[in-house]
Design a protein around this ligand. Structure first.
Ligand SMILES: Cc1cc2nc3c(=O)[nH]c(=O)nc-3n(C[C@H](O)[C@H](O)[C@H](O)COP(=O)(O)O)c2cc1C
Length: 226
């Protein structure tokens, strides 16, 4: 492998979701560089359908407060469903939950502990910045959402390459109306998820989690090769 492909592999394989951040903000130049990297993401017919709102400081805190209040009031307004069905995807999701709750020291039966984890999500895990990823409602939305995924991974890898961390959060999309209202975003734009980002807290055990991956043979079929 060349030096640059080794460096790329290192970045891709060391990216992981952080769930405890230091309060220190990133510089505006660093944030802009990550956004410029993410802007190079591929998209269907180069439509570049992402509409991104980045919040920091008092604006970020105000959005968080709205989300926390909506959570306490049980006012959910998701633009998209979050449904894993009844089979292996639900099982994998539960396995992932078990790993996280163990790291947080929250038992399955601890209802208030689990609610606090949700609140922690809605406080963006203490991150100083959040990027909300909106998309236009086109057709069934699947191809547009794929483009947003391309954007998000490019954004996350750029953070990693530059020494920062992020975590994509579907849970933020459960309160789409609140986010739109707080940021003055039109109802035509749908909220897929947000990415909280900044400096990961190196002392937080939850940031040491390495989520398990399936072996290639469970996900990939290679045709025409031994
Ligand atoms: C689109 C998307 C939404 C996610 N939503 C959440 C979320 O709401 N809260 C959370 O803590 N993690 C969330 N995650 C992080 C996943 O749990 C994480 O990517 C997965 O467990 C693999 O771990 P890794 O990112 O550390 O490799 C999300 C990830 C993706 C890609």
């Amino acid at each position: 492998m060349t030096d640059s492909s080794t460096a790329f592999t290192d970045v891709v394989r060391s990216r992981r979701s952080a769930r405890r951040f230091l309060p220190d903000p990133m510089s505006t130049a660093d944030i802009r560089n990550v956004l410029e990297d993410a802007q190079t993401a591929p998209s269907n017919s180069n439509t570049q359908p992402w509409a991104v709102h980045v919040v920091s400081g008092a604006v970020k805190d105000a959005v968080s407060n709205e989300l926390l209040q909506a959570y306490e009031d049980e006012r959910e307004s998701p633009d998209f469903t979050a449904d894993y069905g009844e089979g292996i995807y639900l099982e994998r999701s539960r396995d992932h939950g078990a790993v996280l709750y163990e790291a947080w020291g929250v038992a399955r039966s601890d209802v208030e502990g689990r609610r606090e984890v949700i609140r922690d999500n809605l406080r963006f895990y203490g991150a100083p910045h959040v990027a909300f990823l909106f998309m236009p409602a086109l057709g069934d939305g699947v191809r547009t959402a794929g483009d947003i995924g391309m954007y998000a991974q490019t954004f996350l890898l750029s953070l990693t390459a530059r020494g920062f961390h992020g975590v994509p959060q579907t849970i933020l999309g459960m309160y789409a109306d609140e986010v739109r209202k707080a940021l003055g975003v039109s109802n035509d734009l749908k909220l897929l998820f947000g990415i909280s980002f900044g400096y990961a807290d190196p002392a937080a055990p939850v940031n040491d989690i390495r989520m398990h991956r399936l072996p290639l043979s469970r996900s990939v079929v290679i045709h025409g090769r031994a």
